[in-house]
Design a protein around this ligand. Structure first.
Ligand code: ABU
Length: 374
């Protein structure tokens, strides 16, 4: 599927584990050495519950009401699987070690003292897991349908733990009644000028994809799935070596920061032109790149996400970045800005709610802990 052979320079001579750590990453751009690529095998459509209703675009409601708790259509699974397998092959050709999760049976209904659910998938390791330094952190999540998702990665995590990685699991919320705000209205997310969220502060909640790493500085946004308690939990556990900055942008329905702020290299960041009206002062000396609009308009009733999946890219290093092949305006812009885009087909994965960044988790990037802001 992939034909851009000029990008396959192979692993550089200095590749190999400098520090000897099996899990280690500080930024989104250091040279990638090991990555988890998700899978859509066994994916189950989430039920239409309070959090799905608050989060999904209203035009997708019919789909969840009709297919909720059933397997995703087979043809969607097959075409997305081909694209994920191709992504894995491209990464391997680039010299990156690729690991895959072991899907659990997502069709099994499970029950807690408060509710029942089932689902979802192991397609988006980025949402569930975060690597900061030599620690792998399990996010507690905020959707009932994702309660047990992390178990698809547990064998891998245990293997990393056995090889010396540090492992933190955030406290799981009960996701009971007090966790969701019954007054939240997705059509009116601002009340008196203040953004509201469907989850409360009753428990600790975050998705890993609401965090973005810049060495010692980590940005995070409050979102439909990340609350202040979740941010504070991460801040306290990372300790004094890291500075966790809470940022707020103009996305009325924020969920995952990786189409809002996309760091590509030290001093270079893509900022979503619709949601980022003002960047934090810390970026005043950075090149802020303004991307073109996504190549194609909203074209699926099934999206769990915005049009801006175009920006959901994976950096292989400070130059090379894996991007969806139909995002031609973005690919041209990346070339103009001095990057080397690696286009791959990934459009059939979009309806599952993400693109290349969401579908991956960088387990190891060759680098060290630095400050990129003066
Ligand atoms: N999980 C990426 C979704 C972000 C977006 O909807 O733009």
């Amino acid at each position: 599927m992939f034909a851009f052979s000029s990008f396959f320079r192979g692993a550089s001579p200095e590749s190999g584990r400098g520090s000897g750590k099996v899990v280690e990453a500080y930024t989104e751009w250091d040279p990638l050495e090991e990555v988890v690529v998700g899978t859509v095998k066994g994916a189950i459509v989430p039920p239409w519950d309070s959090i799905t209703e608050a989060t999904m675009p209203s035009h997708a409601e019919w789909f969840f009401k009709k297919y909720g708790e059933q397997p995703f259509p087979q043809e969607m699974i097959e075409s997305a699987t081909q694209e994920l397998d191709n992504l894995a092959a491209v990464l391997e050709k680039l010299g990156v070690k690729v690991r895959r999760p072991e899907p659990i049976d997502f069709s099994v209904e499970y029950q807690t003292p408060w509710w029942k659910s089932r689902g979802l998938y192991a397609a988006m390791p980025r949402d569930v897991l975060m690597v900061v330094g030599d620690t792998i952190i399990e996010a507690p999540m905020a959707w009932r349908t994702r309660y047990f998702e992390v178990f698809a990665y547990r064998k891998l995590i245990k293997e990393y733990f056995d090889q010396g990685a540090r492992w933190l699991a955030a406290p799981k919320s009960t996701m009971g009644g007090e966790f969701y705000d019954p007054l939240y209205d997705s059509d009116h997310p601002y009340v008196d000028g203040v953004k509201r969220f469907p989850i409360t502060e009753a428990e600790v909640a975050f998705d890993a994809a609401d965090f973005v790493r810049f060495g010692k500085d980590i940005l995070v946004q409050k979102s439909h799935v990340t609350n202040s308690s979740g941010i504070e939990w991460v801040r306290r556990h990372l300790g004094h070596e890291y500075r966790v900055h809470e940022v707020e942008f103009d996305d009325p329905h924020p969920m995952h920061i990786d189409t809002t702020i996309v760091p590509l290299a030290p001093g270079k960041i893509i900022a979503n032109p619709v949601w980022v009206k003002k960047l934090p002062e810390m970026f005043s000396s950075w090149d802020v790149l303004t991307p073109p609009p996504p190549a194609k308009p909203f074209d699926s009733a099934l999206y769990f996400s915005s049009d801006w999946l175009s920006l959901n890219m994976l950096s292989v290093d400070e130059k090379r970045v894996i991007v969806e092949e139909q995002e031609k305006p973005l690919i041209d812009a990346l070339v103009k800005w001095g990057f080397e885009p690696i286009p791959i087909p990934f459009r059939n994965f979009y309806p599952f709610g993400g693109s290349v960044h969401c579908a991956t988790l960088d387990v190891r990037r060759r680098g060290s802990l630095k400050s990129y802001f003066s």
